[in-house]
Design a protein around this ligand. Structure first.
Ligand SMILES: O=C(O)CCC(=O)C(=O)O
Ligand SMILES: [Mn+2]
Length: 201
């Protein structure tokens, strides 16, 4: 197991994936997005999110005027594609869990996309970690606390980094302030892909 940094309970594995592994993941995510196209979600209050998203797995995470939730179908009606094998391999390496994830949420960050501070709490149970995989441009990832507010720490996540949000960090607030557009050459047109693996329960 490679070394990790522990920041506020978040386990950060820098350089977890080789360039070849990152290329393969991008190909597999392109295939997921071919079957289940990226869509532009809106929050329950009607505000458009700046990321585009899709999912793989038994369940996908969606948001619209009806709320944040997991659904067994894409908003266009098709079932979600299965989670690629190379993604499951990362889960098996870092999650210390017998249980496979139900959902691989795929977020695409274009030049100006960001994600506000939030908790991942739409799952039914929280004893499994959420595992996050970064591909493409660097992102300023902010880590907070289980309660709202308080001190935060930030780290630039690079392509190939993996973050495990488990234990005390499972319900900690986190978000992405901005990306450094064009900092990676992994994605042809720039931008960032983040995958989060979740057991819904
Ligand atoms: O993009 C990231 O690094 C984090 C994404 C995230 O927190 C989420 O999708 O819930
Ligand atoms: Mn999250």
């Amino acid at each position: 197991m490679p070394d990790s940094l522990k920041i506020k309970g978040f386990e950060v594995y820098q350089g977890f994936l080789s360039p070849e592994e990152q290329e393969l993941l991008v190909q597999e995510i392109r295939e997921v997005a071919r079957k289940a196209p990226f869509f532009s979600p809106v929050t329950p209050s009607g505000k458009p999110m700046s990321v585009r998203m899709t999912s793989a797995g038994r369940l996908g995470w969606v948001t619209d005027r009806r709320g944040y939730r997991y659904e067994d179908r894409h908003p266009d009606g098709m079932p979600w594609p299965s989670i690629p094998a190379s993604v499951l391999k990362i889960w098996n390496a870092v999650a210390a869990s017998e249980r496979a994830p139900d959902c691989c949420l795929v977020n695409f960050y274009g030049e100006t996309a960001k994600m506000g501070m939030h908790q991942d709490k739409d799952e039914i149970r929280f004893e499994w970690p959420v595992v996050s995989i970064s591909l493409g441009d660097e992102a300023l990832f902010r880590m907070g606390n289980p309660e709202r507010g308080g001190k935060t720490e930030s780290i630039w996540l690079k392509s190939g980094d993996v973050v495990v949000m488990g234990g005390d960090a499972r319900l900690a607030h986190h978000g992405v302030d901005r990306i450094r557009f064009g900092s990676s050459r992994l994605l042809t047109h720039g931008g960032r892909i983040n995958l989060t693996l979740r057991v819904v329960g």
